[in-house]
Design a binder for this molecule. Structure first.
Ligand code: CMC
Length: 383
């Protein structure tokens, strides 16, 4: 039997989806272009669109927001596990993405619908998970910063939007409308991207008829890697290295050429599908740059250096930034600790994962490809 085997399944159509279309020409969530959503929708509306399947009416939006607010608080067990993870974060054996993965799994253990894969139960679970991820991130950051956990009984301030509450839970400060808007748009941009590695992981797990929390726990592990969601943290770490190089008297050009010589992968650049640019990157770049211009100093310098890096990559390598490149600079400019960038990606992408898990369960067939064997020929055990 002959089988095609493109490495990394490049170009392989692995299934159908009605949730999202990722093409060089456009990025579309359930019929709406990403530019339209970023300009005109809120994250809550986009979350509803992805999970429930249609654009919400104003009344549905209000009800959905109330449901999220009501579900923000974590169980005492989940808070206990978060506290236990504190020393592990401090000693460095765990990073925030590992803690998000662990606590999400714990939430599954306590969810009354945990073992129920019906559509109604999955809708309830999806809303609970979307509501609780910012609380996990916030409580974790409070533990890292050595302060009391903010709003352990409610998971935040009921008057704040999802994006604003996420920032509030991390810092104890209610964000400015500008910071809230940037966070909200970044969550919209990160929400969904068809069969990317983490979503595909969630569908493979769901395809065995396993549960939503389990499927998402696996997806978090897939998102963590620097070739996927972890790239937003890795991009910022790389930019800091370039900034230090420049501060020490070097230039962006010589750092880049050394990177090219050593065939180093530049984090936040390139994409499996978008070979001529990621639709999301210029949207976030423009918003982040505005924040940097207001703050000035090192933040504006960061954006200027980032733009130089981008120009050299585009002109010399024809490789374009993906959304993680401006995300790194933007979140840094907003004062968000770097190890929380990918957990914030989770806070958004859980909406897309939920939609895919439900779509998989609604029309399930086990996902089980075949491999082409390259091992030794048959040989006797007793030779
Ligand atoms: N820096 C330097 N060279 C690159 C990069 C990069 N970031 N991306 C691709 N290339 C080169 C690559 O070396 C290869 O060159 P050659 O043909 O000479 O060997 C060519 O471009 C084709 O790349 P590829 O590795 O075959 O592309 P891929 O589709 O397998 O990988 C990717 C896509 C995203 C894994 C890759 O571009 C990469 O590692 N980028 C850096 C990590 C990153 O930013 N990931 C975020 C992805 S998008 C958003 C998300 O998921 O969060």
């Amino acid at each position: 039997m002959t089988a095609t085997k493109p490495t990394g399944l490049e170009g392989v159509v692995a299934g159908d989806t009605a949730i999202c279309s990722v093409e060089q020409g456009a990025l579309i969530y359930r019929g709406y272009e990403i530019q339209d959503l970023a300009a005109n929708a809120t994250f809550e509306e986009v979350a509803y669109l992805l999970i429930c399947g249609e654009k919400p009416t104003p009344e549905q939006t209000r009800f959905f927001k109330d449901e999220l607010v009501a579900n923000r608080a974590l169980s005492p067990q989940a808070i206990e596990v978060l506290k236990l993870c504190g020393p592990l974060l401090e000693q460095g054996s765990a990073v925030p993405m590992d803690v998000v993965r662990t606590v999400l799994s714990v939430l599954g253990n306590g969810d009354p619908d945990a073992q129920d894969n019906s559509h109604e139960a999955e809708l309830r679970k999806a809303k609970r998970i979307v509501a609780k991820i910012p609380t996990i991130i916030g409580h974790m950051q409070n533990i890292i910063d050595g302060r009391d956990i903010i709003a352990p009984d409610t998971g935040g301030d009921a008057n704040l939007s999802h994006a604003a509450n996420l920032l509030y839970m991390m810092t104890g400060q209610r964000p400015t409308p500008e910071a809230e808007k940037v966070m909200d748009v970044s969550l919209i941009l990160y929400a969904e991207h068809d069969y990317n590695a983490s979503t595909f992981t969630s569908r493979v797990i769901a395809g065995t008829l396993s549960d939503m929390h389990g499927a998402m726990t696996g997806a978090v592990a897939a998102l963590k890697g620097p070739l996927h969601g972890g790239a937003n943290e890795a991009a910022m770490v790389m930019l800091k290295e370039i900034m230090e190089h420049v501060e020490a008297g070097g230039t962006v050009e010589d750092w880049m050429h050394k990177a090219f010589e050593s065939k180093r992968k530049l984090m936040g650049f390139g994409h499996r599908v978008y070979k001529n640019g990621d639709h999301r990157a210029p949207i976030l770049h423009a918003l982040g740059r505005k924040v940097a211009e207001q703050k000035g100093g090192e933040y504006l310098k960061l954006f200027e250096i980032g733009e130089k890096v981008q120009h050299i990559m585009e002109t010399e390598k024809h490789i374009y930034p993906n959304v993680d490149f401006p995300c790194g600079m933007t979140y840094y400019t907003m004062g968000i600790p770097v190890p929380q960038y990918t957990p914030i990606f989770v806070a958004s992408r859980v909406t897309g994962w939920a939609a895919h898990i439900m779509e998989q369960h609604a029309n399930n067939r086990l996902i089980r490809p075949i491999a082409s064997y390259t091992g030794p020929a048959v040989r006797p055990w007793n030779s």
